[in-house]
Design a protein around this ligand. Structure first.
Ligand SMILES: Cc1ncc(COP(=O)(O)O)c(C=O)c1O
Length: 405
């Protein structure tokens, strides 16, 4: 007698967990199976393109492995890495550091920091558009999403009036992503000061995701506005600054990130203890890779000049294309490696993106995968590929727009 298969259902709390970037892979697979090459303007991994990990940090990990650093590490991280992260916090102007800890990428920092904070019935403000991990973790925790708008007409700055509107008596904190994924925007100092004021008035903790803080791009005059760490202008406000190795040091596969807790010591004490309970429960972050943190943060930063040079040229090419292409407009990216053009089309951006893959074999991600104001359509470009690849991809998108609309 054949056994009846009973379907094992996934938890209902996952219903709203989406990761549009990876979901498009199915459409790309169709195209690849037909023998086409897909131009990937969708994945934010510099190592998939012409960027190389600085050799001295690879040596540091290799040496750590040879030196036998292959067992479990201390749960908060190895002492020399923690000290280097404190040094980095000081360079960022953060003066009220209460704690630092190492995680398996900023992804784990996000998970731990939200899990240690938010109770059922409470909420946490996340930007819209956002990096989808924040809403995925909140869904996993059974927390109702509460998104505030970024204002495209104000270079994608957080919209303060919308934050005020969205605050509830149960709001515990707010996420800032600066520089931003998916918009490539940088928060102004004035905006950070206003968010700090709001956090003080409403007793909020701020999670400031600064994973792209060394990837800052000049404006059209060639002037660079330095990145401002939220915690540096609000030393009294409870804050966890998220940082990591994936983007600035070109090692996303190593899974190394960290949290820097700052603010008034008494205010953050119980919460920090909660985070450490979770840090202990998951044992530790990757051990040998933690020995790259000190040489990365304190050693030569030459690779960043090369990265910034390439990103600037690719951002300029992207911006010029956006400005000269009908139906497209785009706020010029000022950090990271993303552009988030608005597109004026009579159908959804998800259909636009899927058909673009099928017909022109160019892969970008639809704005609805990140969130956007109702009635607007966008797509996210990752401008990491080299100039010839970008030029070919943009020609394909322009042809697609002309032929379809
Ligand atoms: C804004 C933002 N935060 C966090 C992450 C995750 O980074 P990690 O590789 O350190 O987990 C990413 C990755 O793309 C990101 O864009």
């Amino acid at each position: 007698m054949p056994l009846t298969a009973h379907e094992i259902a996934a938890a209902s709390r996952l219903t709203n967990v989406r990761y549009a970037i990876r979901d498009l892979a199915c459409v790309a697979d169709e195209v690849i199976q037909q023998g086409h090459k897909v131009l990937p303007l969708n994945v934010g991994d510099p190592l998939s393109f012409d960027f190389q990990t600085p050799p001295h940090i690879i040596e540091a990990v290799y040496k750590a492995m040879r030196d036998g650093k292959n067992g479990y590490a201390p749960s908060p991280g190895v002492p020399e890495a923690l000290e280097a992260i404190r040094g980095e916090a000081a360079r960022k102007g953060i003066t009220t550091v209460q704690d630092v800890f190492v995680t398996a990428g900023v992804s784990e920092t996000v998970d731990l920091c939200l899990s240690a904070l938010v109770n059922p019935g409470e909420d946490f403000l996340t930007p819209s558009p956002d990096y989808p991990l924040y809403s995925a973790v909140l869904c996993k925790l059974g927390i109702k999403l509460n998104a505030y708008d970024l204002n495209e007409d104000d270079a994608w700055q957080p919209e303060l009036a919308d934050i005020e509107r969205k605050l509830t008596p149960h709001t515990r904190g707010i996420v800032l992503i600066n520089p931003n994924n998916p918009t490539g925007s940088l928060c102004t100092r004035q905006m950070l000061e206003q968010v700090a004021e709001l956090a003080r008035r409403h007793n909020l903790i701020v999670f400031s995701d600064e994973i792209y803080d060394k990837l800052i791009l000049p404006d059209s005059n060639g002037d660079v506005t330095p990145h401002v760490a939220f915690a540096s202008i609000a030393p009294d406000v409870p804050c966890v600054t998220f940082g990591g190795m994936s983007k600035n040091y070109l090692v996303p596969g190593w899974r190394i990130g960290w949290g820097i807790v700052s603010g008034d010591a008494a205010a953050v004490k119980a919460y920090t203890e909660g985070v450490h309970r979770l840090l202990r429960a998951r044992l530790c972050a990757n051990h040998p890779e933690q020995y790259a943190i000190k040489p990365a943060l304190e050693g030569p930063q030459d690779h960043l000049l090369e990265v910034q040079r390439k990103l600037r040229s690719r951002r300029d090419l992207t911006q010029k294309w956006c400005e000269s292409t009908p139906r497209i407009s785009c706020v010029a990216p000022r950090g990271a490696f993303y552009a988030y053009p608005k597109i004026d089309i009579p159908e959804s951006d998800e259909i636009f993106v899927k058909e673009l893959i099928r017909q022109k074999h160019v892969m970008v991600v639809h704005g609805s995968g990140f969130g956007q104001k109702p009635g607007t359509q966008h797509f996210r470009i990752v401008f990491l590929p080299d100039e010839p690849t970008l030029t070919k991809a943009y020609a394909g998108i322009a042809d697609f727009i002309r032929e379809r609309y």
